[in-house]
Design a protein around this ligand. Structure first.
Ligand SMILES: [Zn+2]
Length: 376
C-alpha cells in the first residue's frame, strides 16, 4: 500500500503548528477528532482533562472490525509537547523537518500521531478488511503520564497495544522499560544568625550536602539509575539555612533493585541529617511500573511480522524511560512502544524525517493486516 507522503507531511505540519503544551492539547485533539470522524471512526473524549485541570480529555476513537475473530488492537500517541511552542516556525529541507524558531519542534509526539492518521486514512480509502481498531491519543504524557493514568482501563477495547513514542531507527520495538519512583525530600535544620550564633543553628544545606555525598547516584548498574534533580533552600547569606527541598528519582527495570535504591536514598537522607541534628522527611511517589515482554508474546510477534512486511528490520530494545506503554501494560493490555522519526527530543535542535514517518505509516498498516489474520 502506498502512503500519501504529501498528505502525511501536511498532517504533521498541521499538528505541529498547534501550540499544545500539557493541559492545552485541545486544538490538536479537536482537529484530529474531526479528521477521524471523516474516515469512519466513532470519537469521544474522556474526563481525564477535567481530572488534571486541562482543556480536553484523552481522545478515544474506535472503528469496528469487519473480520470476526481478528485480534483487536489499539494505537496510541500523545498530543502534548514537553514545552509550549507559541512562536514555532517550521522549515522542511528535503527529508528533514525542523524548527527555525528557538523552540522545540514537537515531533515528540506528533510524528507518532501523524503516521497513525495517514495509515487509518489509507485503510479507509482502500476499503480492505480489518479487525477492531482503537486509538488512544493521550494528554499530559510529558508531565508524568497523567492522561494514560487517568484513562479508565475498562474503556480499552483492544487485546494488544502499540504506542508510537520512541526514537529511531524505525523498526525498533521496546520490550521492557523501567519502574520509576520520585522522592520528595524536605530537610529541616535550625535557623540562626550566621555571624552572631552559628553554633545555635543546624544547616539544612550542609545536611543535604553530606547526605548527597554519601549516596550512590547516577548509573547504579546496567538497569538501574538514580538522580538528585533539584535542590532549593536557604533564605539569606547571613542565616544558617533552616530548610532545603530536593526532588530525586530512581529507575530500574528490576522492581527489587528499584525498591533497594529508593530505600538507600531515603535512609541516607535520614541518617546523615540525624547525625547533624537535622530531620529529613522523605515522601516516595511511585510514578510507573516496569514491564517485560517476550519475543514470543503476540503483541511483539504481530509487530515484528508487520515490520518485515513493511521492509523494516525489527529489533527488540530496552527503554531507559517510561511512557504511556508502562501504564497500558499495568492495565493488563500487553503494549509495546514503536520507534518514530523523532530526534534530539526535548531540545531546541529537535527534528524528524518525513521518510521515517512514511515507514511508520506503512508499519501501522501492516500491524492492522497482521492482527486481522492473527489467531492466538
Ligand atoms: Zn513522547
Amino acid at each position: 500500500m502506498t502512503i500519501n507522503e504529501q498528505r502525511l507531511l501536511d498532517t504533521f505540519l498541521t499538528l505541529a503548528r498547534f501550540n499544545t503544551p500539557p493541559r492545552a492539547e485541545k486544538p490538536a485533539s479537536e482537529w484530529t477528532a474531526a479528521y477521524l470522524r471523516d474516515i469512519g471512526f466513532e470519537v469521544e473524549f474522556d474526563d481525564a482533562g477535567a481530572k488534571v485541570g486541562g482543556t480536553v480529555g484523552n481522545l478515544i476513537a474506535f472503528k469496528p472490525g469487519t473480520v470476526p475473530g481478528a485480534a483487536p488492537i489499539f494505537f496510541s500517541s500523545h498530543f502534548d509537547t514537553v514545552e509550549a511552542t507559541p512562536d514555532l516556525e517550521i522549515v522542511v529541507e528535503g527529508d528533514i523537518i525542523r524548527a527555525t524558531s528557538d523552540t522545540i519542534l514537537g515531533a515528540d509526539d506528533k510524528c507518532g500521531v501523524a503516521p497513525i492518521l495517514e495509515a487509518m486514512t489509507r485503510l479507509h480509502e482502500s476499503g480492505e478488511t480489518h479487525g477492531d481498531i482503537q486509538l488512544l491519543l493521550t494528554i499530559c504524557e510529558e508531565i508524568g503520564l497523567l492522561g494514560a493514568k487517568m484513562l479508565d482501563p475498562s474503556r480499552i477495547r483492544a487485546r494488544y497495544g502499540y504506542v508510537l513514542d520512541s526514537g529511531p531507527p524505525v523498526g525498533a520495538l521496546v520490550y521492557t522499560a523501567p519502574s520509576q519512583n520520585s522522592l520528595h525530600v524536605t530537610i529541616e535544620g535550625m535557623p540562626a544568625h550566621a555571624g552572631v550564633a552559628p553554633e545555635k543553628g543546624v544547616s539544612a544545606i550542609v545536611a543535604a550536602a553530606k547526605a548527597i555525598a554519601a549516596m550512590r547516584l547516577g548509573r547504579i548498574d546496567e538497569e538501574t539509575t538514580a538522580n538528585v534533580g533539584t535542590i532549593q533552600g536557604g533564605t539569606a547569606r547571613n542565616i544558617v539555612p533552616a530548610e532545603v527541598k530536593l526532588v530525586c528519582e530512581a529507575r530500574s527495570r528490576s522492581q527489587e533493585k528499584l525498591d533497594r535504591q529508593t530505600a538507600h536514598i531515603k535512609e541516607t537522607f535520614e541518617r546523615e541529617c540525624a547525625a547533624l541534628g537535622a530531620t529529613a522527611h522523605v515522601e516516595v511517589v511511585e510514578e510507573y511500573q516496569t514491564y517485560h515482554l517476550s519475543a514470543e508474546d503476540p503483541v511483539l510477534r504481530i509487530a515484528m511480522a508487520a515490520a518485515h512486511a513493511a521492509d523494516l528490520t525489527p529489533t527488540l530494545r530496552p527503554s531507559g524511560g517510561g511512557s504511556d506503554g508502562n501504564i497500558f501494560n499495568g492495565y493488563g493490555v500487553p503494549t509495546t512502544v514503536l520507534s518514530c522519526g523523532m530526534e534530539k527530543i526535548h531540545t531546541h535542535d529537535e527534528f524528524c524525517r518525513l521518510s521515517d514517518m512514511v515507514k511508520d505509516a506503512r508499519w501501522v498498516v501492516e500491524i492492522v493486516r497482521v492482527a486481522r489474520d492473527f489467531r492466538d
